[in-house]
Design a protein around this ligand. Structure first.
Ligand code: ADP
Ligand code: MG
Ligand code: ZN
Length: 496
């Protein structure tokens, strides 16, 4: 690159589709659990798109969408409606999708994200609306003739889907990743979606354009599809930033188009041009009445909102004296945050110092040994056998001086494997520290006799030599001695 080369920046806006975890589908009473059923068993005339059938709106899906919109700081109009988006495609049973066009359930929100640069960024949310998922197409090749053919599984057709359209406020692939992480976290906190990209119930179309840094206008955007992981979104956007900047630097025009991410090849390929606007012939869905909400109902939904990640993180920092990074990790999921607070459950609420010191110890165990073992076993916090109160008990056992820090790790490993309480493990293994001075004094005498050189060093003023001797005591007792008591006893015996 020469020094005169223009520096380009990306402009990114994401469209996210999240399946809502209702029991039944959006417009019929079929089970929405499409993934765990034989193909075409969760179907009825409505979701098969039979002529003459009528959709009936799922109240739970409306509530989940409004709840999400409120968590994303959106306005909720009292009046909204559904529209038909017409396009012929084999996965669309009716030949149109019921969605929301000009009067969605919500508008004008925002969410705060990590800007990837040590700060935060308020990313605008254009709207959150409710629509329906399509059937699944399975593409096969005939083993005899070699002819390709496709199968249709209608189980997924009509599953409620919310679309979260983001403003073009993101400027880097990392910000796009952070935005998606935030949306996923909020959806999971609310319990409205599994929000799992790999499972396909949380999907992202990424719109990206480039412009010379400093420019205030937007360039032509490209829409990238087919990304099945956070990593794929990140790499697809990096690829597009590079591709479009190179074209722009060469004075080429960037055509508006839809491109697909090719996972194995780490590149995007053109799928179709978007130079001409698609004509979806939107019109109001005549089979569904408009949605009319009351302020009371909306406030009722707002009242059901759980404490959201940002608020929880701030509270953890303030109340427990955790660092922002620790609070971030501990509020990563609602289950992890609940686990942490359950471990502190009977801390004296009036004693700030005691609460903070217990919180510190519990956080250290959770982010240290527990996280390490969880990673090694691939266990989510929900699956962990260690009970939160057992962590609190372990902290008490250590503070009481019954076991050493090294022993505590072994005890924790057993707690993790068996789910047993630390007290029971310590007792069964006879791990309790040597507390009787007589027993310890005998061992100290042996060690001093066996190591005349360090003893002489210590007496000659080399304080460091005591460490070696303490180490020898710990070794002789297999870690059952308290290192502080051992040190004190050694010094006494040597006549400090
Ligand atoms: P479409 O109808 O093609 O889906 P929209 O204007 O509704 O286009 O925008 C959809 C998404 O594209 C939004 O998430 C928005 O933030 C993003 N977007 C719009 N214009 C641009 C642009 N010039 N560059 C990048 N993203 C953009
Ligand atoms: Mg689009
Ligand atoms: Zn049905």
């Amino acid at each position: 690159m020469t020094t005169t080369a223009i520096d380009y920046e990306a402009v990114i806006g994401l469209e996210v589709h999240a399946q809502i975890t209702t029991r039944s589908k959006n417009f019929c009473s079929c089970s929405a659990d499409y993934a765990n059923a034989a193909p075409n068993t969760h179907v009825c005339p409505v979701c098969l798109g039979m002529p003459g059938t009528l959709p009936v709106l799922n109240r739970a899906a409306i509530e989940a969408t409004v709840m999400t919109a409120l968590a994303l700081n959106c306005e909720i109009p009292l009046h909204s409606k559904f529209d038909r988006k017409n396009y012929p495609y084999p996965d669309l049973m009716k030949g149109y999708q019921i969605t929301q066009y000009d009067e969605p359930l919500s508008l004008n929100g925002w969410t705060e994200i990590d800007d990837g640069n040590g700060g935060t960024l308020r990313a605008g949310i254009t709207r959150v609306h409710l629509e329906e998922d399509t059937a699944r197409l399975l593409h096969r090749v005939d083993s005899v003739t070699g002819e390709p053919y496709s199968l249709v599984d209608v189980n997924r057709a009509g599953v409620p889907l919310m679309e979260i359209v983001g403003e073009p406020d993101l400027r880097t692939p990392e910000q796009a990743r952070q935005y998606l992480l935030k949306l996923r976290q909020i959806l999971r906190y609310l319990g409205v979606s599994h929000a799992n990209m790999e499972e396909g119930n949380f999907r992202c179309d990424a719109n990206v354009s480039v412009r010379p840094r400093g420019s205030t206008t937007f360039g032509n955007k490209v829409e990238v599809k087919n990304m099945n992981s956070f990593r794929a979104v990140f790499h697809a956007l990096e690829y597009e930033l590079d591709r479009q900047s190179t074209m722009m630097a060469a004075g080429e025009r960037i055509p508006m188009e839809t491109r697909g991410w090719v996972e194995g090849e780490n590149r995007t390929v053109s799928q179709r041009s978007k130079e001409e606007a698609n004509d979806y012939r939107y019109f109001p869905e005549p089979d569904l009445p408009p949605v009319v909400l009351t302020p009371d109902w909306i406030e009722g939904v707002r009242a059901k909102l759980p404490e959201l990640p940002d608020a929880k993180r701030a509270r953890f920092v303030q109340r427990y004296g955790l660092s922002p990074h620790e609070a971030d990790l501990l509020t990563d999921s609602r289950a992890r945050a609940d686990y942490f607070e359950a471990a502190l459950a009977d801390a004296d609420p009036t004693d700030d110092a005691a609460r903070r010191s217990l919180a510190r110890a519990v956080a250290n165990w959770m982010l240290g040994e527990l996280a390490r073992l969880q990673n090694a076993h691939g266990d989510e916090i929900e699956a962990v056998k260690v009970r939160p109160q057992h962590i609190r008990e372990l902290v008490a056992v250590i503070e009481g001086g019954a076991i050493s820090g090294t022993q505590a790790k072994d005890v924790f490993q057993k707690m993790y494997d068996t789910g047993e309480a630390p007290g029971a493990i310590v007792e069964a293994a006879g791990l309790s520290q040597i507390s009787g001075t007589d027993e310890l004094a005998a061992i100290v005498a042996q060690i001093l006799a066996a190591h005349p050189q360090p003893v002489a060093d210590y007496r000659a003023g080399k304080q460091e030599a005591i460490k070696f001797l303490v180490g020898q005591v710990m070794r002789a007792t297999k870690g059952r001695a308290n290192p502080e008591s051992a040190g004190a006893l050694l010094r006494d015996t040597l006549g400090g």
